[in-house]
Design a protein around this ligand. Structure first.
Ligand code: 6PG
Length: 251
């Protein structure tokens, strides 16, 4: 069962997420010498990235031991305002001493199948797993995967009406997001669910309906992509502000 933590405001959510990132990074570096994280796109994590780039969080991370990937990317050039890479770089990575070789950008600007195949190859090299499913071992999986949730229950770029949600062997897949009329690249469930930790960020009044549907485990209809994230041997935390969700008081 996921851990659901509610906080009173978006600012509190960002601070709690930054703290979770820093603590997870410190534990991973202590345990196996590096911290591999998949950043989320969307607007919710931007304040988290900005916090991580400033005191006191910035100096608490061993940035030379950090490897940053993305959970998904829009198929646009890296300098496009819609690029998840651009947001992460501008809000965080350009402000911290992370080696450029440790920033693993999805190449959204090339043909989507090629971009997906190239990213999967890079990920497999990083995790020393040239073939087969991800393994649940240190240095062979994400130490932390950050995720958001769309109003339709998508996460990363795994959409309810897409094909990538059903991918069982590839680690990275292209998909066409009808709702956004754009091609995307996304990590798939096999690699997301191999993560040691998954942190969902959910904020704002507009997310109340989807938060209720997911967190109240209402099983009306097929499970949404965000409901199919379930780390096989890992921890999952839903960090939500009270505008999006309030834990019902114990009966
Ligand atoms: C993206 C994200 C996507 C996002 C959700 C929530 O590329 O847009 O990966 O899955 O996390 O759509 O977005 P907000 O945080 O902007 O609500």
């Amino acid at each position: 069962m996921p851990i659901v933590r509610t906080v009173p405001t978006r600012a509190a959510l960002s601070a709690a997420a930054a703290e979770y990132f820093v603590e997870t990074a410190a534990e991973a570096v202590r345990m196996h010498g590096r911290f591999t994280v998949a950043l989320s796109g969307g607007a919710t994590p931007n304040n988290v990235y900005a916090l991580l780039a400033t005191k006191p969080f910035r100096s608490r991370v061993s940035w030379p031991a950090v490897h940053v990937f993305w959970g998904d990317e829009r198929c646009v050039p890296p300098d496009d305002p819609r690029s998840n890479y651009r947001a992460g770089y501008e809000m965080l990575l350009s402000h911290v001493p992370i080696p450029s070789a440790n920033v693993h950008r999805m190449r959204g600007e090339i043909d989507p199948p090629d971009g997906a195949a190239q990213y999967e190859a890079e990920l497999r090299t990083h995790f020393a797993t040239s073939t087969g499913a991800p393994r649940f071992a240190p240095r062979e999986r994400f130490d932390l995967t950050l995720l958001g949730v769309g109003l339709d229950g998508h996460t990363a770029s795994l959409f309810p009406d897409g094909t990538a949600i059903n991918e069982r062997t590839r680690w990275v897949s292209p998909d066409y997001a009808r709702s956004a009329s754009t091609w995307r690249l996304t990590l798939t469930l096999p690699v997301i669910n191999a993560s040691a930790r998954v942190l969902f960020l959910l904020s704002g009044e507009e997310k109340r309906p989807i938060a209720r549907r997911i967190l109240n485990a209402s099983n009306d209809g097929a499970p949404l992509p965000a409901q199919r994230v379930d780390p096989v041997e890992g921890e999952m935390v839903w960090l939500v502000d009270t505008a999006a969700y309030e834990l019902s008081p114990p009966r």
